[in-house]
Design a protein around this ligand. Sequence first.
Ligand code: NAP
Length: 246
Amino acid sequence: MTAQIALITGANKGIGFETARLLGREGMTVLVGARSAGLGEEAAAALGGEGVDARFVHLDVTDPATIEAASKRIESEHGHLDVLVNNAGIAPAAGWAAPSATSVEAMREVYETNVFGVVAVTNAMLPLVRRSSAGRIVNVSSGLGSLAVMSDPSGESFPMNSLAYPSSKTAVNALTVAYAKDLAGTPIKVNAADPGYCATDMNGHAGFRTPVQGATEVFLLATLDDDGPTGAFRGGGERPGRPLPW
Ligand SMILES: NC(=O)c1ccc[n+]([C@@H]2O[C@H](COP(=O)([O-])OP(=O)(O)OC[C@H]3O[C@@H](n4cnc5c(N)ncnc54)[C@H](OP(=O)(O)O)[C@@H]3O)[C@@H](O)[C@H]2O)c1
Protein backbone atom coordinates (compact mmCIF):
# COMPACT_ATOMS: atom_id res chain seq x y z
CA MET A 1 0.00 0.00 0.00
CA THR A 2 1.40 3.42 -0.90
CA ALA A 3 1.87 5.95 1.90
CA GLN A 4 -0.69 8.66 2.44
CA ILE A 5 0.46 12.18 1.60
CA ALA A 6 0.00 14.99 4.13
CA LEU A 7 0.78 18.70 3.69
CA ILE A 8 1.14 20.83 6.81
CA THR A 9 1.56 24.59 6.45
CA GLY A 10 3.89 26.34 8.89
CA ALA A 11 5.44 22.99 9.78
CA ASN A 12 8.96 24.15 10.54
CA LYS A 13 8.24 24.61 14.25
CA GLY A 14 5.67 24.56 17.01
CA ILE A 15 2.36 22.74 16.62
CA GLY A 16 2.84 22.33 12.86
CA PHE A 17 6.17 20.57 13.30
CA GLU A 18 4.74 18.23 15.93
CA THR A 19 1.74 17.51 13.72
CA ALA A 20 4.11 16.57 10.89
CA ARG A 21 5.97 14.31 13.29
CA LEU A 22 2.80 12.56 14.50
CA LEU A 23 1.47 12.04 10.96
CA GLY A 24 4.91 10.89 9.78
CA ARG A 25 5.18 8.37 12.59
CA GLU A 26 1.81 7.07 11.44
CA GLY A 27 3.50 6.19 8.15
CA MET A 28 2.39 9.15 6.08
CA THR A 29 4.73 11.01 3.74
CA VAL A 30 4.75 14.48 5.25
CA LEU A 31 5.23 17.60 3.17
CA VAL A 32 6.73 20.18 5.51
CA GLY A 33 5.34 23.50 4.33
CA ALA A 34 7.46 26.48 5.35
CA ARG A 35 8.04 29.99 4.07
CA SER A 36 11.73 29.87 4.95
CA ALA A 37 13.72 27.37 2.88
CA GLY A 38 16.42 27.10 5.54
CA LEU A 39 14.00 26.40 8.39
CA GLY A 40 11.86 24.09 6.28
CA GLU A 41 14.83 22.02 5.10
CA GLU A 42 16.11 21.83 8.66
CA ALA A 43 12.75 20.62 10.00
CA ALA A 44 12.36 18.02 7.22
CA ALA A 45 15.91 16.78 7.89
CA ALA A 46 15.20 16.50 11.63
CA LEU A 47 12.10 14.39 10.92
CA GLY A 48 14.02 12.36 8.35
CA GLY A 49 16.60 11.58 11.04
CA GLU A 50 13.77 9.99 13.03
CA GLY A 51 12.80 7.76 10.13
CA VAL A 52 9.90 9.92 8.93
CA ASP A 53 9.50 10.40 5.17
CA ALA A 54 9.52 14.21 5.30
CA ARG A 55 10.04 16.60 2.40
CA PHE A 56 10.29 20.37 2.53
CA VAL A 57 7.81 22.28 0.38
CA HIS A 58 8.29 26.02 -0.02
CA LEU A 59 4.95 27.56 0.93
CA ASP A 60 4.18 31.06 2.11
CA VAL A 61 0.42 31.11 2.60
CA THR A 62 0.31 34.81 1.71
CA ASP A 63 2.20 34.31 -1.56
CA PRO A 64 0.09 32.96 -4.44
CA ALA A 65 3.19 32.06 -6.48
CA THR A 66 4.52 29.67 -3.81
CA ILE A 67 1.05 28.17 -3.31
CA GLU A 68 0.69 27.47 -7.03
CA ALA A 69 4.23 26.07 -7.26
CA ALA A 70 3.56 23.82 -4.26
CA SER A 71 0.33 22.43 -5.72
CA LYS A 72 2.03 21.78 -9.08
CA ARG A 73 4.90 20.02 -7.37
CA ILE A 74 2.58 17.86 -5.26
CA GLU A 75 0.58 17.00 -8.36
CA SER A 76 3.65 15.96 -10.35
CA GLU A 77 5.32 14.06 -7.50
CA HIS A 78 2.32 12.47 -5.79
CA GLY A 79 -0.74 13.07 -7.98
CA HIS A 80 -2.98 13.65 -5.00
CA LEU A 81 -3.14 14.82 -1.37
CA ASP A 82 -4.76 12.89 1.48
CA VAL A 83 -4.37 15.35 4.36
CA LEU A 84 -4.15 19.13 4.35
CA VAL A 85 -3.44 20.85 7.65
CA ASN A 86 -3.89 24.62 7.53
CA ASN A 87 -1.69 25.38 10.52
CA ALA A 88 0.33 28.48 9.60
CA GLY A 89 -0.74 31.39 11.74
CA ILE A 90 0.45 34.63 13.25
CA ALA A 91 -0.45 36.57 16.38
CA PRO A 92 1.52 39.83 16.26
CA ALA A 93 1.33 42.21 19.22
CA ALA A 94 -0.95 44.59 17.29
CA GLY A 95 -3.42 41.73 16.95
CA TRP A 96 -4.01 41.73 20.72
CA ALA A 97 -5.00 45.39 21.11
CA ALA A 98 -8.45 46.32 22.40
CA PRO A 99 -11.02 46.61 19.62
CA SER A 100 -11.12 50.40 19.85
CA ALA A 101 -7.32 50.53 19.51
CA THR A 102 -7.04 48.08 16.62
CA SER A 103 -6.12 49.45 13.23
CA VAL A 104 -7.49 48.12 9.98
CA GLU A 105 -3.86 47.48 8.99
CA ALA A 106 -3.41 45.18 11.99
CA MET A 107 -6.61 43.35 11.05
CA ARG A 108 -5.43 42.98 7.45
CA GLU A 109 -2.04 41.65 8.48
CA VAL A 110 -3.53 38.93 10.71
CA TYR A 111 -6.31 38.02 8.28
CA GLU A 112 -3.87 37.82 5.37
CA THR A 113 -2.20 34.79 6.98
CA ASN A 114 -4.82 33.32 9.33
CA VAL A 115 -7.87 33.61 7.08
CA PHE A 116 -7.05 34.44 3.45
CA GLY A 117 -4.05 32.08 3.62
CA VAL A 118 -6.34 29.21 4.59
CA VAL A 119 -8.70 29.95 1.69
CA ALA A 120 -5.88 30.35 -0.83
CA VAL A 121 -4.13 27.11 0.18
CA THR A 122 -7.37 25.13 0.48
CA ASN A 123 -8.64 26.18 -2.95
CA ALA A 124 -5.28 25.45 -4.55
CA MET A 125 -4.98 22.02 -2.94
CA LEU A 126 -8.63 20.91 -3.21
CA PRO A 127 -8.29 19.40 -6.69
CA LEU A 128 -5.56 17.16 -5.27
CA VAL A 129 -7.53 16.34 -2.11
CA ARG A 130 -10.51 15.38 -4.26
CA ARG A 131 -8.35 12.65 -5.78
CA SER A 132 -7.85 11.06 -2.35
CA SER A 133 -10.17 8.24 -1.36
CA ALA A 134 -10.51 9.77 2.12
CA GLY A 135 -9.36 13.41 2.13
CA ARG A 136 -9.04 15.21 5.44
CA ILE A 137 -8.67 18.96 5.87
CA VAL A 138 -7.91 20.33 9.31
CA ASN A 139 -7.94 24.04 9.99
CA VAL A 140 -6.02 25.01 13.09
CA SER A 141 -8.33 27.34 14.97
CA SER A 142 -8.37 28.42 18.61
CA GLY A 143 -10.72 28.45 21.56
CA LEU A 144 -10.41 32.24 21.24
CA GLY A 145 -12.29 31.90 17.95
CA SER A 146 -15.33 30.47 19.71
CA LEU A 147 -18.06 33.10 20.08
CA ALA A 148 -19.72 30.88 22.70
CA VAL A 149 -16.52 30.84 24.77
CA MET A 150 -15.64 34.50 24.30
CA SER A 151 -19.14 35.74 25.20
CA ASP A 152 -19.48 33.62 28.35
CA PRO A 153 -18.93 35.95 31.34
CA SER A 154 -18.06 32.98 33.55
CA GLY A 155 -15.38 31.69 31.16
CA GLU A 156 -11.67 32.26 31.77
CA SER A 157 -11.19 33.75 28.29
CA PHE A 158 -13.92 36.38 28.77
CA PRO A 159 -11.56 39.18 29.93
CA MET A 160 -9.37 38.71 26.84
CA ASN A 161 -11.08 41.16 24.50
CA SER A 162 -9.02 41.85 21.43
CA LEU A 163 -10.10 41.98 17.82
CA ALA A 164 -7.65 40.77 15.23
CA TYR A 165 -6.45 37.34 16.34
CA PRO A 166 -9.64 35.98 17.98
CA SER A 167 -11.88 37.12 15.15
CA SER A 168 -9.48 35.65 12.59
CA LYS A 169 -10.02 32.27 14.24
CA THR A 170 -13.80 32.86 14.32
CA ALA A 171 -13.50 33.34 10.56
CA VAL A 172 -11.52 30.09 10.34
CA ASN A 173 -14.39 28.36 12.14
CA ALA A 174 -16.92 29.88 9.75
CA LEU A 175 -15.02 28.82 6.67
CA THR A 176 -14.55 25.33 8.11
CA VAL A 177 -18.34 24.95 8.24
CA ALA A 178 -18.71 26.42 4.76
CA TYR A 179 -16.13 24.09 3.18
CA ALA A 180 -17.64 21.10 4.99
CA LYS A 181 -21.04 21.95 3.50
CA ASP A 182 -19.48 22.52 0.08
CA LEU A 183 -17.83 19.09 0.21
CA ALA A 184 -20.74 17.18 1.74
CA GLY A 185 -21.39 14.10 -0.33
CA THR A 186 -17.66 13.64 -1.03
CA PRO A 187 -15.31 11.56 1.13
CA ILE A 188 -13.56 14.78 2.25
CA LYS A 189 -13.96 15.87 5.86
CA VAL A 190 -13.21 19.45 6.91
CA ASN A 191 -12.83 20.19 10.60
CA ALA A 192 -11.37 22.79 12.93
CA ALA A 193 -8.96 21.95 15.76
CA ASP A 194 -8.24 23.94 18.89
CA PRO A 195 -4.76 22.91 20.09
CA GLY A 196 -5.33 24.54 23.49
CA TYR A 197 -2.85 26.98 25.01
CA CYS A 198 0.52 25.49 24.01
CA ALA A 199 4.04 26.69 24.76
CA THR A 200 5.33 27.89 21.37
CA ASP A 201 7.12 30.91 19.93
CA MET A 202 3.70 32.44 19.25
CA ASN A 203 3.16 33.15 22.95
CA GLY A 204 6.77 33.31 24.18
CA HIS A 205 6.31 29.74 25.43
CA ALA A 206 3.79 30.87 28.04
CA GLY A 207 1.28 28.14 27.15
CA PHE A 208 0.69 25.41 29.71
CA ARG A 209 0.30 22.59 27.18
CA THR A 210 3.07 21.11 25.09
CA PRO A 211 3.09 21.53 21.30
CA VAL A 212 2.71 17.73 21.11
CA GLN A 213 -0.54 17.94 23.08
CA GLY A 214 -1.75 20.64 20.69
CA ALA A 215 -0.69 18.62 17.66
CA THR A 216 -2.57 15.60 18.99
CA GLU A 217 -5.84 17.51 18.55
CA VAL A 218 -4.92 18.16 14.92
CA PHE A 219 -3.75 14.58 14.40
CA LEU A 220 -7.07 13.14 15.61
CA LEU A 221 -9.01 15.16 13.03
CA ALA A 222 -6.46 14.43 10.29
CA THR A 223 -6.84 10.69 10.80
CA LEU A 224 -10.61 10.43 11.27
CA ASP A 225 -12.32 7.26 10.11
CA ASP A 226 -14.95 7.44 7.39
CA ASP A 227 -17.65 7.63 10.05
CA GLY A 228 -16.00 10.63 11.75
CA PRO A 229 -17.54 14.11 11.72
CA THR A 230 -17.19 16.89 9.19
CA GLY A 231 -17.82 20.54 9.94
CA ALA A 232 -16.87 20.01 13.58
CA PHE A 233 -14.76 21.99 16.08
CA ARG A 234 -12.77 19.89 18.51
CA GLY A 235 -9.91 20.06 20.97
CA GLY A 236 -9.15 22.53 23.70
CA GLY A 237 -7.45 20.26 26.11
CA GLU A 238 -9.62 18.74 28.81
CA ARG A 239 -9.61 15.48 26.91
CA PRO A 240 -8.34 14.92 23.38
CA GLY A 241 -10.96 15.35 20.68
CA ARG A 242 -13.49 17.10 22.93
CA PRO A 243 -16.30 18.76 20.90
CA LEU A 244 -16.24 22.55 21.32
CA PRO A 245 -19.02 25.12 21.00
CA TRP A 246 -18.77 27.52 18.04
N1 NAP B 1 0.28 28.12 20.67
C1 NAP B 1 -0.99 28.20 21.06
O1 NAP B 1 -1.29 28.29 22.28
C2 NAP B 1 -2.09 28.16 20.06
C3 NAP B 1 -3.41 28.11 20.54
C4 NAP B 1 -4.46 28.06 19.62
C5 NAP B 1 -4.18 28.05 18.28
N2 NAP B 1 -2.87 28.13 17.83
C6 NAP B 1 -2.65 28.12 16.39
O2 NAP B 1 -1.77 27.06 16.08
C7 NAP B 1 -1.09 27.34 14.85
C8 NAP B 1 0.40 27.11 15.04
O3 NAP B 1 0.86 28.05 15.99
P1 NAP B 1 2.11 27.78 16.94
O4 NAP B 1 1.66 28.04 18.33
O5 NAP B 1 2.76 26.52 16.60
O6 NAP B 1 3.01 29.04 16.53
P2 NAP B 1 4.50 29.18 16.00
O7 NAP B 1 5.43 28.29 16.76
O8 NAP B 1 4.74 30.64 15.96
O9 NAP B 1 4.41 28.59 14.51
C9 NAP B 1 3.71 29.26 13.51
C10 NAP B 1 4.11 28.66 12.19
O10 NAP B 1 3.38 29.35 11.15
C11 NAP B 1 4.33 29.76 10.19
N3 NAP B 1 3.86 30.89 9.40
C12 NAP B 1 3.51 32.12 9.80
N4 NAP B 1 3.17 32.87 8.74
C13 NAP B 1 3.31 32.08 7.65
C14 NAP B 1 3.12 32.26 6.27
N5 NAP B 1 2.73 33.43 5.76
N6 NAP B 1 3.33 31.22 5.44
C15 NAP B 1 3.74 30.02 5.91
N7 NAP B 1 3.98 29.79 7.21
C16 NAP B 1 3.75 30.81 8.06
C17 NAP B 1 5.58 30.08 10.97
O11 NAP B 1 6.71 30.18 10.11
P3 NAP B 1 8.03 31.05 10.53
O12 NAP B 1 8.86 30.15 11.42
O13 NAP B 1 8.67 31.32 9.21
O14 NAP B 1 7.54 32.27 11.24
C18 NAP B 1 5.59 28.86 11.88
O15 NAP B 1 6.08 27.75 11.19
C19 NAP B 1 -1.46 28.77 14.48
O16 NAP B 1 -2.50 28.77 13.53
C20 NAP B 1 -1.98 29.33 15.80
O17 NAP B 1 -2.87 30.40 15.62
C21 NAP B 1 -1.84 28.18 18.68
